[in-house]
Design a protein around this ligand. Structure first.
Ligand SMILES: [Fe+2]
Length: 455
């Protein structure tokens, strides 16, 4: 490392977790040495204690690598060839709030600053902070760290801001269509199952993908921001998305609960230009030979289902996304990609005649027929090769047919010994390989090669 952080995290004060993170020590080894039960016990005791703190006091939380108001490792989000967002959880003291910024640059000396200001105001929060880094070059490595300050806001003329506390310096590489290869990992349907999350975080560290796509059902119902910390930022299992971006994709459960309407504080929306500015959960990322496209399939029942009590509005939302998809598939970054992969939570196909298609008033969807009907014509025109889906808590592979140009792989689930998977895609311009692994024992459930599109 070059210049030492100037904040309160001095080299000798860094926790073992931070030092190990920087040295690349195997996280599974570290966690087993630490004793995951102790970490989870501390988190539970904080939850039981109530109050506005997201985590237990230092005495209760062994080996916490966080100082001051910071409460998580940074999480990179919304990657692009020229931009990257950084978010992190905060835990200000009772009666205080937190503000912060990101320092970044081409070397560890950093030198640039980005803040998450909106309409002239810097962020002030008790839960999450974020900043968008803009003006980056494609395919380039950047270094960054977060700065977090506690703020005592008594009134407009009495505001006390404390000294910043800095994270360690991390790095990331921006996407580039000229990259020679791409490697991504998909996880899903974790449903707040902590043993499952721990195993997945360990496996992500070993696989070391360029992006992690979390394909929905992070939790059962969004009730409070603390769930986002424990299940998405996952500070108890290390910095899984500090050196690579997280691409979050909504599952049906992620739409549930009052706090689902506030989750953009933790899971930053994508900013689409022009007429699609009303959207923000569907995404496109081109890196090397692969165009990754995320679609939000919404809830698993029709909007008119009485269970929603009139609060669901997914049908027009899916129509808007289909319109966005039709335009996105025609953009140069996508149509020039040798491989186009669509990622969505609820499958877009099911061969079983009795599978619930999501547009009937009984039970819940096994697949999303309305979305498939709207999107498939565009996907056929573009020659999409693969759909990656979730939701079913069971692995299956639906090969492409004469009538459908894309194959579909479905997998993942919260029961570690039964159905938890990690899907890893690796591509060069000549070949895309997707491997689905059962995380509990590392066995390969399926592996397929895909030929490039004609571009
Ligand atoms: Fe689901």
């Amino acid at each position: 490392m070059g210049e030492e952080p100037k904040g309160r995290i001095e080299k000798n004060d860094k926790s073992e977790a931070v030092i190990m993170e920087q040295k690349g020590v195997n996280r599974r080894t570290f966690l087993s040495a630490l004793g995951a039960a102790g970490v989870l016990g501390a988190v539970r005791s904080a939850a039981n204690a109530g109050g506005n703190r997201l985590y237990a006091q230092e005495n209760d939380a062994p080996a916490s690598p966080f100082e001051g108001a910071a409460a998580s490792y940074p999480v990179l989000q919304n990657p692009g060839p020229r931009g990257m967002s950084v978010s992190w959880a905060v835990r200000p003291e009772e009666g205080k709030l937190a503000t912060g910024w990101v320092e970044w640059g081409l070397t560890e000396a950093l030198g640039e600053t980005s803040r998450g200001a909106e309409f002239g105001l810097n962020q002030l929060s008790s839960t999450f902070l974020s900043a968008r880094i803009r003006g980056l070059q494609p395919g380039t490595t950047y270094y960054y760290r977060t700065a977090t300050c506690q703020v005592l806001f008594e009134n407009a003329y009495h505001i006390t801001t404390e000294e910043p506390v800095y994270s360690p310096v991390y790095s990331f590489k921006t996407a580039s269509r000229n990259a020679g290869s791409e490697k991504f990992a998909v996880i899903n349907d974790t449903h707040e199952a902590q043993p499952t999350l721990k195993a997945l975080m360990g496996r992500i560290a070993e696989v070391d993908p360029e992006q992690v796509i979390w394909n929905g059902d992070l939790l059962n119902s969004f009730v409070e921001p603390k769930q986002a910390v424990d299940s998405i930022y996952c500070p108890q299992y290390g910095a899984f998305a500090a050196n690579r971006p997280l691409l979050f994709n909504n599952g049906n459960h992620d739409h549930r609960g009052i706090w689902a309407r506030k989750k953009s504080d933790a899971l930053l929306p994508w900013r689409h230009k022009g007429i699609f500015g009303d959207l923000g959960r569907n995404f496109v990322l081109r890196n090397g030979p692969v165009a990754l496209i995320g679609l939000d399939t919404g809830e698993d029942k029709p909007d008119a289902n009485p269970v929603f009590s009139g609060l669901a509005n997914f049908e027009p939302y899916r129509e808007r996304q289909a319109a966005w998809l039709s335009q996105t598939l025609k953009t140069k970054q996508v149509r020039s990609a040798p491989f186009i992969i669509v990622i969505c939570h609820i499958p877009l196909f099911d061969s079983r005649p009795d599978a619930n298609p999501g547009d009937i008033m009984v039970d819940f969807a096994a697949w999303q027929r309305p979305m498939a009907r709207m999107c498939d014509p565009f996907m056929e025109d573009a020659g999409v090769q693969l759909v990656i889906a979730a939701h079913e808590h069971a692995f299956r592979y639906d090969p492409a047919t004469g009538n459908r140009c894309w194959a579909q792989v479905v997998g993942g689930g919260p029961e570690l010994e039964q159905n938890t998977t990690i899907m890893v895609g690796e591509a060069t311009a000549e070949k895309l390989t997707l491997r689905v692994e059962k995380v509990a024992d590392g066995t390969t459930l399926g592996e397929w090669d895909f030929a490039p599109r004609k571009v």
